[in-house]
Design a binder for this molecule. Structure first.
Ligand code: ATP
Ligand code: MG
Length: 588
């Protein structure tokens, strides 16, 4: 079927939409691929739907190739299974909860572990039925706190979610590896630059987990890579290597000193260098122990204040902190909270009052670098005073450790002894993880093993976002002229532009379109009679089909221009070779 610009349901825009922050969003709207329906909700126009479907088909082919079977659940789901696993509550504000006319509780599925677990329980009962991998491609619903960048982060979005079911851990490893391999094939075919990184498993629980990130400066995820070994991880999952405990026999006793007007790390360090200079080197921020208060909002609504102790040269990274605590959310410790905890002296908070057993009763978690024997300058819990030579393990004992400090370029690699970490940004495209028995336990999915004994099934879950992929590919491939699709996902193979008023030109273009169509080439044909060549060229560049064929003035000399949208290279091809040429280009 030839798509004709004269009748295609598309309206390209010269102006950027006001709400678009990133290039892919701007271009997908301007080129007529998507339209905003409401915040975080988008309508797929014909061109956009073509790209989305091609991505889905690539995913479908590769899932089928590893023996996974496609099915489809409702998006509207009953509360009970999600109640049984705790996620009805744990999902917090992100879950769309709805009521039916009888007052019954339902939800719009944010992900379907529960339903897949139950359908297997419903139908299977023996180890002979396993392993099994099943999947669906379906709209998911999450009331995202910050829907963003068009279809990159929607409140309704498309997800391919698959689930594996195995009798034992060895089986789960095999299923996981198969999915991982399939994901590599999918992302190679989708044609963008990606990295595979270690991940935390978030609200889904479970153990081994990796993410596929598209490299992109607009990405919301930060990941690190080692300069020497193959270590790569989402910063949320980076586990700082704790130094070994240090001896503190020769450490002087802790002593409180007057440090008036030093509520910040900078003012404190200046004051230390002026009034308490060290013999060996100047004081720096990393010598201080900064205590940051936050409030953990638990899924059941309770607010728990927590203090985080970390070296003064590092900030708390909220995403890293939340990554450790999910589904708990992190909120600011505000003025009212300070009022409720009079033991806390703003700007001078120290371990003296922190900890469950101490005056404030506030749980005190420290950075893994705060190991036994390390010596710190920290708040004395008195206005204008700090304690020096405070030794961890001798003078204070935290309630535990937490990975909340920012990760920086140049930090030592947690995996090898030589390398350092480099940070970069990416967009999460896929996430695979070993769930283990969490859902099978909660929903009682057991099968009989070969000895007739009931055993709990172990599961994996594997997600990709095709709608997000449309934006991520656009983000990674566009240029200043517009979209520029990789061939496998382009809405058409070739964009034929007929220019001028000459009937011959339109007749020739029409013939080429038909011949290509007959050979199975997908054609977008700009047959609009009264539109100027300039507008047609601009539209072709904006829409981003990989090959553009211009039938125009050259026809008088018997040539037609074939242009590569991506490289910009153009060539005049003899008119009667054009069809062959295009077929060859498309089929490489
Ligand atoms: P994120 O951290 O970006 O919110 P997530 O970790 O919550 O994503 P998963 O639950 O792992 O996402 O979902 C699997 C896949 O679904 C993701 O890798 C991503 O491609 C896609 N996805 C998740 N949330 C959205 C969304 N709001 N809009 C579009 N795609 C999404
Ligand atoms: Mg994820």
């Amino acid at each position: 079927m030839i798509m004709r610009m004269s009748s295609l349901f598309v309206r390209t825009l010269r102006e950027d939409p006001a709400d678009a922050e990133v290039p892919s969003h701007r271009l997908l709207v301007r080129a007529g691929y998507i339209r905003r329906a409401a915040p975080g909700m988008y309508t797929w126009l014909p061109l956009g739907l073509k790209v989305l479907r091609k991505i889905e088909d690539i995913i479908r082919e590769e899932m089928n190739a590893i023996g996974a079977q496609e099915m489809l659940f409702p998006a509207l789901l009953p509360r009970e299974p999600y109640e049984a696993t705790g996620r009805w509550t744990e999902y917090g504000d992100s879950l769309f909860r709805v009521k039916d006319r009888k007052g019954g509780d339902y939800l719009l599925g944010p992900t379907h572990e529960e339903m897949f677990t139950l359908v297997v329980k419903d139908l299977y009962s023996s180890y002979k039925d396993l392993p099994l991998s099943i999947y669906q491609i379906q709209n998911k619903y999450r009331d995202e706190a910050r829907p963003r960048a068009g279809v990159l982060r929607g409140r309704e979005f498309v997800m391919k979610d698959s689930y594996s079911f195995d009798i034992d851990d060895a089986g789960l490893d095999v299923s996981y590896q198969k999915h991982r391999d399939a994901y590599i094939r999918i992302f190679d075919r989708l044609g963008f630059d990606y990295v595979i990184v270690k991940a935390t498993s978030g609200a889904m629980g479970g153990s081994k987990s990796e993410e596929f990130l598209a490299k992109a400066s607009v990405g919301e995820d930060t990941y690190v890579r080692c300069t020497t070994c193959d270590y790569a991880a989402n910063v949320e999952a980076v586990q700082v290597r704790a130094p070994l405990p240090v001896a503190y026999d020769d450490a002087p006793e802790a002593h409180a000193e007057a440090t008036p007007g030093t509520p910040t790390i900078d003012t404190l360090v200046d004051h230390l260098n002026e009034r308490f200079p060290r013999g060996d080197r100047p004081w720096h921020a990393g010598d201080t122990l900064k205590n940051v208060l936050v409030v953990l909002k638990h899924p059941d609504g309770t607010r728990e204040p927590v203090a985080i102790g970390l070296p003064g040269d590092r900030e708390v990274d909220q995403k890293r902190l939340e990554g450790q605590l999910e589904p708990i959310e992190v909120e600011a410790f505000d003025e009212a909270d300070f009022k409720n905890h009079p033991a806390l002296v703003k700007g001078y908070i120290g371990p003296g009052v922190l900890g469950e057993k101490n005056e404030s009763g506030i749980r005190y978690l420290v950075d893994p670098r705060v190991v036994e024997g390390t010596r710190w300058v920290t708040g004395a819990d008195v206005d204008g005073s700090h304690v020096l030579d405070l030794v961890a393990g001798r003078d204070f004992t935290p309630d535990g450790t937490i990975e909340a400090a920012e990760v920086r370029d140049g930090d030592p690699c947690p995996n090898c002894d030589e390398g350092v970490l480099e940070t970069a940004r990416g967009i999460e495209m896929g996430h695979i993880f070993q769930l283990g028995r969490k859902y099978a336990d909660a929903l009682d999915l057991k099968v009989l093993d070969e000895f007739g004994k009931l055993v709990t099934v172990t599961m994996g879950s594997y997600g990709i976002g095709p709608s997000r992929a449309v934006a991520a590919i656009a983000e990674g491939t566009h240029d200043e002229l517009g979209l520029s699709w990789p061939r496998e996902v382009a809405p058409a193979d070739v964009h034929i532009v007929a220019t001028g008023k000459d009937e011959h030109i339109f007749a020739a273009a029409e013939r080429i379109a038909h011949e290509l169509d007959a050979q199975g080439i997908e054609v977008l044909y700009d047959d609009r009679p009264k539109v100027s060549p300039g507008v047609k060229f601009k539209d072709a560049e904006l829409i981003g089909v990989p090959t553009i064929v211009v039938v125009g003035k050259g026809l008088a000399e018997g040539t037609i221009e074939v242009k590569d949208r991506h490289s910009g290279e153009r060539e005049d091809v003899p008119a009667d070779h054009v069809v062959d040429r295009v077929v060859r280009v498309v089929r490489v």
